[in-house]
Design a protein around this ligand. Structure first.
Ligand SMILES: [Mn+2]
Length: 242
């Protein structure tokens, strides 16, 4: 059995506008993650990302901290979220991270766990799924990334404002994962545990009536400088404080 903890985080939404979150992230790396077996970041590490030519303080400091983990022998696995899906190979390499496709099954001590950012599970939201499909086309990404940085920044801001505006109009049901899709995935991947973020509703959901019963862990967003951490240790997954 693994002796060191494994940490799973998502939805930090780091950016220069929120230095308190960056500080919380650095504390988390220095206090907890440096003694870990591994770290999994399940998307939305950054509030926004429009290309690896990002010269923000946040991009630099996050890269340094993640690199320091790699130097200590702690592997970092990174999955894209809906905010930072444009984080590219170059930044991932610079930060010494390993890319993790969405979804992925990982195995801790023989326990299979399905990991996902979570937006793919929001299948009720058809306009969003269409948008997601489109912005994941490699030709469109290449076209976008070829634009001047200043233009990409402006366009990125516009898209974010628009999505926030639409988000405020969406019902709670539309903003959450579709339970049927969750069940379908669990069957497809033959797992009994799923971990995802994205919805910002941290909770351990247990479905005892399901055949077979399963558990769904929802990671929380890092808000007001507060870290939200899921930890695997001694065969158990549990939320822990910084
Ligand atoms: Mn998200």
């Amino acid at each position: 059995m693994l002796t060191k903890p494994i940490y799973i985080i998502s939805d930090l939404h780091l950016g220069d506008g929120h230095p308190e979150l960056l500080e919380a992230f650095e504390r988390f790396i220095d206090i907890k993650a440096r003694n870990a077996h591994a770290l999994y970041i399940l998307g939305d590490l950054f509030e926004a990302w429009v290309g690896d030519d990002d010269e923000s303080l946040t991009a630099k400091r996050v890269c340094e901290r993640l690199k320091s983990l790699a130097e200590l022998g702690v592997p970092v696995f990174y999955m894209h979220g809906n905010r930072d899906f444009l984080v590219g190979k170059s930044y991932i390499k610079q930060a010494c991270m390993h890319s993790l496709p969405d979804p992925s099954v990982v195995t801790f001590d023989g326990h299979d766990i399905l990991m996902s950012h979570g937006d793919l599970l929001c299948t009720h939201d058809i306009p969003y799924q269409r948008y997601r499909w489109l912005v994941h086309r490699s030709w469109l990404q290449a076209l976008f990334l070829a634009l001047p940085r200043s233009f990409r920044d402006k366009l990125g801001n516009k898209i974010r404002m628009k999505s926030q505006e639409q988000g405020s109009k969406k019902t709670m049901n539309l903003m959450d994962v579709d339970e049927e899709t969750v069940t379908k995935w669990l069957k497809q991947y033959q797992v009994y545990t799923i971990v995802h973020g994205h919805t910002h509703k941290p909770f351990k959901h247990f479905y005892p009536m399901s055949h077979p019963p399963f558990t769904r862990f929802v990671l929380g967003a890092w808000e007001n400088g507060q870290a939200r951490i899921l930890c695997y240790q001694r065969g158990e997954l549990a939320f822990v404080d910084l």
